[in-house]
Design a binder for this molecule. Structure first.
Ligand SMILES: [Zn+2]
Length: 403
């Protein structure tokens, strides 16, 4: 007997959570399909499917019961059973969404919100928006299965506490999960915004590519790594922090905000490009200004963006040799400058990486765009609440209630 079985779950239903994983992709399946996929006896499958139907995790699909009371024969994930909260916090905005268990956004609102207001103010502001969205959807707070939160800084993912985040005064070591648990039930998972962008891009556009690298290029530069289908966070959660990797050949007079010279961020992020353009007499301050100048066809601007792409490419060439991703997605504000940034990246990556590593490599712009963080936050929570063990706990609770 499984010593980890949740209290109240009959031994015959241990493994129900594993069977459920075959329905996670939303494709309707019959008992026969499930028996084949799981190598379980038909009677075992039937008992587990019944338990999942009773718990509301599955819904019948296709023809309704005939006169004999025979139950419908196909089942799919019941995405509307519960909802998840997804919050994407930026330096100056908060994007808040309520999504279903298939990661469809049901309601969303983005407001101006200064991260420097501190954790209590920012989280309570976000929670109030969630309450409004739930009310608009007519869903009770008890429908919330869990919350996913992205923050613009490093996070110890296991504890959900930010770790010395540079642009988040007052947030260091703040217990975000404990605070959010005052508002909503279920797990509260926290990660940095770039990791969640990578996850969001992976689950929505590149599900079959198990190895993906997302690079966010904006005021700073960071990367999220999906390796074998999972986020690679590193020992302390700082994996993917590419901004302060030294760029070979970078001028030694370029001092980074971290104090070192020649960091990728100091030569290729928004402020560095803007400074270069100002030296050429352009009136450019923000990343948006750079995008506008490129879109307007300013030759100096598009040359500068392409050059930033080459610098980025020289660092990514090393990453490609190290991680062998099949997709590199370039996101963040500067990716809106279109093909010029991508062209610079491609130029150097294909030249400097090993042929085997670039054989199937695609380097593309983001598809999820600014929604990546929300989609990734929801995906992170959905993965937790629909994991085998969590499903069995949920089923056991329903059995106890209906007993
Ligand atoms: Zn630096």
């Amino acid at each position: 007997m499984d010593m980890n079985a949740p209290a109240g779950l009959p031994p015959s239903l241990v493994g129900t959570g594993d069977l459920f994983q075959h329905l996670r992709d939303g494709t309707p399946r019959t008992r026969g399909d499930l028996a084949r996929l799981s190598s379980l006896a038909r009677s075992t499958v039937t008992a587990r499917v019944d338990a999942l139907l009773v718990a509301g995790l599955l819904r019948p699909v296709g023809e309704a019961a005939s006169t004999g009371g025979r139950p419908p024969s196909r089942f799919a994930l019941n995405g509307g059973d519960r909802v998840v909260v997804a919050i994407d916090l930026g330096a100056s905005h908060a994007s808040v969404a309520v999504s279903d268990l298939t990661n469809q956004v049901l309601a969303q609102r983005t407001v101006e919100s200064d991260i420097a207001d501190g954790p209590t103010a920012v989280l309570d502001r976000s929670a109030a928006i969630v309450q409004e969205l739930l009310a608009e959807l007519g869903r009770p707070v008890s429908d919330v299965a869990g919350s996913g939160i992205g923050v613009p800084g490093p996070v110890a993912h296991a504890s959900g506490r930010p770790a010395n985040p540079p642009i988040m005064p007052g947030w260091h070591d703040f217990d975000i999960p404990a605070h959010m648990a005052q508002h909503f039930g279920g797990p509260v998972l926290v990660d940095n915004d770039v990791n969640l962008m990578a996850l969001g891009e992976h689950v929505t556009s590149w599900r079959s590519d198990r190895h993906l690298l997302l690079v966010k290029v904006a005021t700073g530069i960071g990367a999220g790594i999906v390796s074998d289908g999972r986020l690679l966070r590193g020992a302390l959660g700082s994996a993917g922090d590419l901004g302060h990797v030294h760029v070979a050949g970078a001028a030694n007079d370029v001092v980074c905000r971290c104090g070192n010279v020649g960091c990728l961020e100091a030569v290729a992020a928004g402020p560095a490009i803007a400074a270069r353009l100002r030296a050429h007499g352009l009136d450019v301050e923000s990343s948006q200004d750079i995008v506008d100048a490129v879109t307007a066809g300013d030759v100096t601007a598009l040359q500068a963006v392409r050059e930033a792409g080459r610098d980025l490419g020289s660092v990514l060439a090393t990453c490609v040799n190290l991680l062998n991703p099949s997709v590199i997605v370039i996101g963040g504000k500067l990716s809106e400058a279109g093909e010029y940034l991508l062209a610079g990246v491609r130029e150097v990556v294909y030249q400097r990486s090993l042929p085997l590593a670039t054989h199937d490599l695609r380097i593309v712009g983001t598809a999820a765009g600014s929604q990546g963080g929300i989609l990734g936050a929801a995906a992170m929570v959905i993965d937790a609440v629909l994991a085998p063990r969590a499903v069995e706990v949920y089923v056991a609770q329903h059995l106890a209630r209906s007993a």
